[in-house]
Design a protein around this ligand. Structure first.
Ligand SMILES: C[S@@+](CC[C@H](N)C(=O)[O-])C[C@H]1O[C@@H](n2cnc3c(N)ncnc32)[C@H](O)[C@@H]1O
Length: 221
C-alpha cells in the first residue's frame, strides 16, 4: 500500500473499496503533531481552525465530521457548541475512533464517534446543519468522492453547509482545488466561501490546503 505521507505510518493502513483507511490511533496524532510542528509550521492547526470558522456553527446546531480520524476537529466543534447541539464523527478505522472517544472523554466534551464511510452514511435524510471533511478527500477514489458527496447532500438539511478541506498538489497545472470546486459543483453545491492555507515550501508534493464552504444550490431530488 502506498504511503500518503500525512498521518500514514506503514503498518496501520489498508484499502477498503479503493479508499485508504488509516487505523493508527494515538500514533496518528503523534505523526500529525510532528508534521504540523516541524514540517508545515502550524498550518494543520490553522486549517482545522479555518474549517470550523467556515462552518459558522451556532448554538444548538448539529455537525457531522466525515473521515474524522482521531476526532480532533469534531471535539473542537463540540467545544464551540458548548454543550448545545450535537457533534458526530465517522471514520472506518476502529483505532482512530477509540482514540477519538478517549480524547473526548478526557476533554469532558460530548462528541459521538461511529464507524462508517462517506459513501454509506447511516443517518436519516436532512439530519445535520453542517457537514465537514478535513484532509480526507485525497484518500478516496473518484467514484467514492462522487457517491460520498451525494450522501452528504442527503444527510444535510436544505439550508445546511458543507465545509471541505484538502491538499493542493504543487505539480498540477490546474491543481487539486479546481477538482474539488468541480466536484462540489457537480454534486449540487454552490461554493460560498473559500480559504487557502499555503505551506512555506511544498511537502510531499503538496503546496498547501484549500478550504471550501458550500451550500446546496438546488433541492435534493
Ligand atoms: C488524513 S486523515 C484526516 C482525519 C481528520 N479529518 C483530521 O483532520 O485529522 C483521513 C481519514 O479519512 C478516513 N477515511 C478513509 N476512507 C474513508 C471513507 N471511505 N469514508 C470515511 N473516511 C475515510 C481515514 O481512515 C482517515 O482517518
Amino acid at each position: 500500500v502506498a504511503r500518503t505521507g500525512y498521518g500514514s505510518g506503514q503498518h496501520s493502513q489498508h484499502q477498503h473499496r479503493g479508499s485508504i483507511v488509516l487505523d493508527r490511533g494515538w500514533r496518528y496524532d503523534l505523526e500529525v503533531w510532528v508534521f504540523d510542528t516541524f514540517l508545515v509550521r502550524g498550518r494543520i492547526t490553522e486549517i482545522r481552525r479555518q474549517v470550523l470558522d467556515l462552518a459558522q456553527l451556532s448554538a444548538g446546531q448539529s455537525l457531522l465530521d466525515v473521515g474524522c480520524g482521531t476526532g480532533s476537529v469534531a471535539i473542537e466543534a463540540a467545544r464551540r457548541l458548548d454543550g448545545s447541539g450535537r457533534a458526530v464523527g465517522v471514520d472506518p478505522g476502529p483505532r482512530q475512533l477509540d482514540r477519538a472517544r478517549t480524547k473526548a472523554r478526557r476533554a469532558g466534551l460530548p462528541a459521538d464517534f461511529r464507524q462508517g464511510v462517506i459513501e454509506d452514511l447511516r443517518f436519516a435524510d436532512a439530519s445535520f446543519d453542517v457537514v465537514i471533511s478535513t484532509l480526507m478527500m485525497h484518500h478516496l477514489p473518484d467514484e467514492t468522492r462522487q457517491s460520498g458527496l451525494a450522501e452528504i447532500r442527503r444527510v444535510l438539511k436544505a439550508s445546511g453547509r458543507l465545509v471541505v478541506a484538502d491538499f493542493d498538489y504543487a505539480d498540477r497545472a490546474n491543481g487539486h482545488t479546481d477538482g474539488l470546486l468541480q466536484l462540489l459543483a457537480d454534486s449540487g453545491f454552490l461554493v460560498v466561501q473559500e480559504a487557502r492555507v499555503p505551506f512555506a515550501k511544498p511537502h510531499r508534493g503538496w503546496s498547501g490546503v484549500t478550504v471550501l464552504a458550500g451550500q446546496a444550490d438546488r433541492p435534493t431530488t
